[in-house]
Design a protein around this ligand. Structure first.
Ligand SMILES: Nc1nc2c(c(=O)[nH]1)N[C@H]1C(S)=C(S)[C@@H](COP(=O)(O)O)O[C@H]1N2
Ligand SMILES: [Mo]
Length: 196
C-alpha cells in the first residue's frame, strides 16, 4: 500500500498524523454503495426526534454565515490527508436555528442513499465542525459528498457524512451503518478507536 501515493509522514508533519496512519496527497473516495446525484434546488435537510421538527432548503443554509476552514482528514482505512480546504456552515450556527430538547444526548446523521452515522452531541456540536459545500475552492464534487456533507475533523472520517440530509436527535446512543458493522462507536483517531 505504500509507494507513490502513500508515504510515512516526515518529522514536521508527524505530530499531525495519528498513530497507524499514512499520508496521501491525492483525495481518495471512500463510499459504500452508489453515489447519489442531488441538485441544490432539490436538496432538503430535516431535523426530527428530540427536536422541534423542521425542514430546511439550500437557500436556508446559504443564508447562514459562510466560513473557510482547513482541517486534516483521517480515514480508518489508514490514509490521512492534511490541510483540506473547505467552505461551509458551522454546526454551531445551524444549531441556533433549531430547538433541540435538552434530553437529546446523541445525534444520527442521515444521508441521501441511506448511509447513517452516529455521534454524541458533545462531539457534534463543536466550533470546528462544519456542513461543507466547497472543497479546494470548487463546489463539492458528488463523489466527495456534494452538494453538502458534514466535516468532523477530530473523529475518523466515516462520521463526516456525505450527501447529508438530516439529523435525528436521540435520547440515547444508537449505532449508524459502519458502527453496526464493527467500527467503533466514537472513532477518535489519536486513541485509534478503529473497531469495536
Ligand atoms: N453517505 C456517506 N457518507 C460517507 C461515506 C459513505 O459511504 N456514505 N463514507 C465515509 C468514509 S468511510 C470516509 S473515509 C469518508 C470519505 O470521504 P471522501 O470520499 O470524500 O474521501 O466519507 C464518509 N462519509
Ligand atoms: Mo473511511
Amino acid at each position: 500500500m505504500l509507494g507513490k501515493f502513500f508515504k510515512k509522514p516526515d518529522e514536521e508533519q508527524s505530530d499531525r498524523v495519528p498513530p497507524g496512519q499514512y499520508l496521501t496527497k491525492g483525495f481518495p473516495v471512500l463510499t459504500y454503495g452508489q453515489t447519489p446525484q442531488i441538485k441544490t434546488e432539490d436538496w432538503q435537510f430535516k431535523v426530527w426526534g428530540l427536536v422541534k421538527s423542521a425542514t430546511f432548503t439550500w437557500s436556508d443554509f446559504m443564508a447562514l454565515p459562510q466560513h473557510e476552514f482547513t482541517a486534516d482528514f483521517h480515514c480508518v482505512t489508514r490514509w490521512s490527508k492534511l490541510d483540506v480546504k473547505w467552505k461551509g456552515i458551522k454546526v454551531t450556527d445551524f444549531m441556533k436555528l433549531i430547538e433541540v430538547d435538552p434530553k437529546a444526548v446523541h445525534v444520527m446523521e442521515h444521508c441521501y442513499g441511506g448511509y447513517t452515522t452516529n455521534i454524541s452531541m458533545s462531539d457534534f456540536v463543536r466550533e470546528e465542525n462544519f456542513f461543507a459545500h466547497t472543497v479546494f475552492d470548487e463546489p463539492l464534487p458528488a463523489e466527495h459528498g456534494g452538494p453538502m456533507r458534514t466535516v468532523i475533523p477530530h473523529i475518523y472520517a466515516w462520521k463526516s457524512a456525505k450527501w447529508i440530509n438530516g439529523l435525528e436527535f436521540l435520547p440515547r446512543e444508537e449505532l449508524g451503518f459502519w458502527e453496526r458493522n464493527g467500527y467503533h462507536s466514537r472513532g477518535e483517531p489519536w486513541a485509534e478507536e478503529r473497531y469495536s
